[in-house]
Design a protein around this ligand. Structure first.
Ligand code: T5A
Length: 220
């Protein structure tokens, strides 16, 4: 029997409610007996959190798109090595707040980096590793930005233009359309209670998929 855990990612634009969604999903899955590791990107390891600080801190100098991209993949390489792969191999599920789909959305969609460059790094750093399922919280850019603003000072990336975040959103929606069923899209402009219902439904579907997988009828 394949005992490798499921790799679940949560994606979306700024302030759409990813952290809230990750906490909800983690609590729901834990209550249902899943051994789950929650983590985030950029970050998830000591080096990764230091890189996150480098990436998000406001600074005078302009950070080039390629510098940003390589820092993100440097943090990801350590994260996969130290946290994600060992947890999945031990049979735990990994629930990750953002992963490489964020790189396609922000660095390709937002910054205009070529998809081929990201695909090459993805293959080098991740090898076969891809998320099994992805929850996309999607909502109008202004709503997420006003939620982010309410929390205090905006970080370096949060200070990008509205057009930048519109491109990020469109890129995520394209990825969802082309994902072959990996994505579940939830309307993040709904009330917290309504979003919670959708997220718990997604959690229930994950449990069903897992049961089927254990029963040997998993699509993979
Ligand atoms: N990045 C990341 C890249 O450019 N490339 C990459 O490859 C990767 C991995 C950091 C940045 O890094 C960039 C993207 C980001 O700019 P982050 O910290 O995950 O990534 O990004 P943020 O969007 O900044 O995360 P936030 O913590 O700010 O937002 P969340 O997690 O989406 O939102 P959350 O849950 O904290 O909610 C925000 C507020 O809204 C409320 C919550 O209570 C909270 O107060 N809220 C709602 N209110 C009303 N109705 C709802 N439905 C609500 N849902 C949440």
């Amino acid at each position: 029997m394949n005992k490798r855990g499921l790799f679940i990612t949560v994606e979306g634009g700024e302030g759409v409610g990813k952290s809230t969604g990750v906490n909800l999903l983690r609590d729901f899955l834990s209550r249902n007996g899943v051994d789950i590791v929650t983590t985030r990107e950029p970050g998830g390891t000591k080096i990764g959190e230091e890189i996150r600080d480098l990436l998000l801190r406001n600074r005078q100098e302009n950070v080039s798109a390629i510098t940003e991209l390589l820092l993100i993949f440097a943090a990801r390489a350590q994260h996969i090595h130290d946290v994600i792969e060992p947890a999945l191999a031990a049979g735990s599920w990994v629930l990750c707040d953002r992963f490489t789909d964020a790189t396609y959305a922000y660095q390709c969609g937002g910054r205009g980096v070529s998809t081929e460059i990201v695909r090459g790094l993805e293959e080098m750093v991740q090898r076969e590793l891809r998320p099994d399922y992805t929850l996309l919280l999607d909502g109008p850019v202004q709503i997420g930005m006003s939620r982010a603003r309410n929390r205090g000072e905006l970080d370096r990336i949060e200070q990008e233009t509205l057009e930048f975040f519109e491109r990020v959103r469109m890129n995520y929606l394209e990825q969802a359309t082309n994902s072959g069923g990996r994505y579940r899209v939830v309307d993040a402009s709904l009330s917290l209670n309504e979003v919670e219902v959708e997220i718990l439904r997604f959690g229930g579907e994950l449990l069903t998929c897992w049961t089927q997988r254990l029963a040997g009828s998993w699509r993979n």
